[in-house]
Ligand binder design. Structure first.
Ligand SMILES: *[C@@H]1O[C@H](CO)[C@@H](O)[C@H](O)[C@H]1NC(C)=O
Ligand SMILES: *[C@@H]1O[C@H](CO)[C@@H](O)[C@H](O)[C@H]1NC(C)=O
Ligand SMILES: *[C@@H]1O[C@H](CO)[C@@H](O)[C@H](O)[C@H]1NC(C)=O
Length: 612
């Protein structure tokens, strides 16, 4: 399959063009070839010539498209000044996460914790520079070895920080020379997490944590995840656990989790809701996550309630010293107001269950009222609201009633909005074959002067180098599903851009990780945290909403680890623009024509290992 597709495709725009005006030259050459006809290239295969003609006519069409596009293309390809390579940012930006400038936020008057919130509007002009890796940065070990051992220099953490860290999950770390080891296979230490997980399973009435999935627990939001060991254990049980923690200057839980190849994202809900729809998770877990659950009239508990599916669980582990009786009493009173029941308490661990009865909020006295606004259209980081979400949603289905989440039963699709089951099936079918094709392309060979020809052996795909995948415009989550079916051991962060069809509930319900995002802003993650970025149709979308493609690609460069891969799929116009920017960003880049008569193109890029 991969091979036949390979023979059909051809690589255009020549080999390894060094960051220059060469694209324009390439187009000129193509124009010449187009004018002179096949006779001038009798030494090349007929398919290749046709491809070039195709590109020529597509280029013509592009020129006639919108004046704007053409102007931008010209400005980019003329003016040597603009085609200059971007320089590296200063060393102080090694771990730079835009929108989280705590000092700046304090100066702007944010306080009471809101200075740790995401404030993109306060971060000012975006600088056009490339975030550099730290000295001694090393390519992470491949999965699963990389889950247990990471390179010290790749993350910003002080020795004191993990020796002094108090949280149960944090204490699992040990330091060895230039590595941090988590020893999850080491019987002695891992027992802590295993016992803990087993204890939670028993508290919700199961005989073992192997039954989590069977009991409807497929997705867990782990707030303040330590360094992800609990999540790593849940993943091994086939439960998708996403770590979420606030931005931290050093010792970041999110950075360490991602470095280990575990799903994680920066987020907090001090004043605003998280970028997930209501009724998203089967369990929310907080082990000493630093949130005062009894403060703000229970607003934080109400946000957890919003995220939980009916019948879902909230697990709170609070150290004995801090779980003061008065605080526990207050939390208990608040949970009664939102129709949660305390299932069990053992030592420092509490498990509550959200009601499965949507009438509970109106039938009991003194409960928090349902939200008036019942439509399912997502807003982006709206303020916390003192009301119960999702009671009127078609997606109000107790987790215990769900037999399996993946594969989804097409007959059940209508609860997610206006979807056509056939479309969903076709989408998955499409991604099954697309994944094979992409995967065979991800090899440095693609940039060589002698790209693969029909009949040659397929190059080895980089199975061992890719673990964290960001699907920047995930639609139904088809790429994630295809990865799962192909049993490739990656996980995918599925992003549903705002202002597009709201497919995130559908994605999350398949047991996948996902989040809303506005790609006109930067993504809430640390630099170098993803191994592969994929975006289908995102460039056109960014164009249509009037945001800067330059900012988008620079942000992608920040997120991508050195030697990581980018696969962009779009129409010719945006792909050409992106290709020129890729050159400025110093990515190796190749445009691939799918050769089926459409103007769809692939742009495959690899980020180099830049030091200076
Ligand atoms: C953060 O904000 C302060 C004050 O506005 C500013 O001086 C500083 O340069 C900002 N830092 C970054 C990394 O943008
Ligand atoms: C869930 O299952 C229970 C027992 O099978 C049933 O009584 C209940 O009506 C179901 N609830 C929903 C919302 O489907
Ligand atoms: C060509 O392939 C692309 C991507 O594989 C697809 O989106 C497009 O619909 C195809 N076009 C035709 C005319 O088959």
């Amino acid at each position: 399959m991969g091979r036949s597709w390979f023979s059909k495709m051809s690589l255009i725009f020549g080999p390894r063009q060094p960051r220059s005006l060469l694209l324009l030259c390439a187009v000129c050459v193509l124009v010449l070839i187009g004018l002179l006809g096949p006779s001038s290239s009798s030494d090349s295969e007929p398919g290749i010539t046709n491809a070039r003609l195709d590109v020529y006519s597509n280029y013509r069409r592009l020129k006639e498209q919108t004046a704007n596009d053409y102007l931008e293309l010209r400005t980019l390809s003329s003016g040597a000044k603009q085609l200059k390579e971007f320089s590296l940012c200063g060393k102080e930006r090694e771990d730079f996460v835009p929108c989280y400038n705590v000092t700046g936020n304090l100066l702007l008057g944010f306080k009471d914790g809101e200075e740790f919130d995401r404030h993109c509007e306060a971060s000012g002009e975006r600088q056009h520079c490339l975030v550099r890796p730290p000295n001694n940065y090393k390519t992470p070990l491949s999965w699963p070895a990389g889950r247990d051992i990471i390179w010290n220099a790749n993350v910003k953490i002080t020795k004191d920080q993990f020796l002094s860290s108090g949280s149960m999950t944090k204490r699992l770390m040990l330091l060895e020379e230039n590595q941090i080891a988590f020893h999850s296979d080491d019987g002695l230490i891992v027992d802590g997490v295993k016992d803990y997980s087993h204890q939670i399973a028993e508290m919700i009435g199961l005989t073992s944590d192997l039954e989590f999935r069977h009991a409807g627990v497929h997705t867990v939001l782990d707030i303040g995840c330590g360094f992800g060991s609990f999540g790593a254990h849940l993943l091994s049980l086939n439960v998708m656990a996403v770590c979420m923690a606030a931005y931290e200057l050093t010792g970041s839980q999110v950075q360490l989790s991602l470095e280990r190849g575990l799903p994680a994202i920066i987020g907090n809900f001090i004043s605003r809701q998280l970028p997930f729809p209501s009724l998203s998770y089967d369990m929310v877990h907080c082990a000493q996550c630093g949130i005062s659950w009894d403060s703000k009239d229970g607003m934080f508990l109400i946000e957890v309630d919003r995220l939980l599916k009916p019948g879902g669980y909230f697990v709170l582990n609070s150290p004995a010293g801090r779980a003061k009786t008065s605080s526990v009493t207050r939390i208990t009173l608040l949970t009664e107001k939102i129709c949660w029941s305390l299932l069990a308490q053992e030592e420092d661990t509490f498990v509550w269950q959200k009601t499965a009865d949507s009438q509970c909020y109106t039938s009991k006295l003194d409960t928090v009222p349902p939200c008036q606004d019942t439509h399912d259209v997502p807003s982006f980081y709206p303020p916390l609201a003192p009301c119960i979400s999702g009671t009127a949603s078609n997606r109000w289905i107790p987790i215990q009633n769900r037999s399996s989440s993946y594969p989804l039963k097409p007959a059940k699709l209508e609860i997610y909005g206006k979807f056509h089951p056939e479309e969903f099936d076709e989408d998955l079918e499409y991604w099954r074959s697309a994944l094979k094709n992409y995967w065979s392309l991800l090899t440095p060979l693609i940039f060589s002067d002698h790209p693969k020809r029909p009949g040659e052996e397929d190059p080895l795909p980089p199975y061992n180098m890719i673990r964290n995948v960001l699907d920047m415009n995930a639609h139904y989550g088809g790429l994630n599903a295809a990865f799962l079916e192909a049993r490739i051991s990656v996980w995918v962060m599925n992003v549903v851009p705002i202002r597009t069809q709201n497919t995130l509930p559908l994605i999350l319900n398949q047991g996948f990780a996902g989040v809303y995002h506005d790609w006109c802003q930067s993504f809430p993650t640390y630099p170098r945290t993803y191994d592969m970025l994929h975006a289908n149709g995102l460039l056109s979308h960014i164009d249509s909403v009037g945001c800067s493609l330059t900012d988008l690609l620079l942000e992608m460069d920040r997120i991508l680890r050195p030697e990581g891969w980018v696969v962009l799929s779009d129409t010719l116009g945006p792909i050409e623009k992106a290709r020129m920017l890729a050159t400025q960003i110093r990515w190796e880049a190749r445009v691939i024509d799918l050769q089926n008569g459409s103007d769809q193109r692939l742009l495959v890029c690899q980020k180099p290992f830049l030091r200076k």
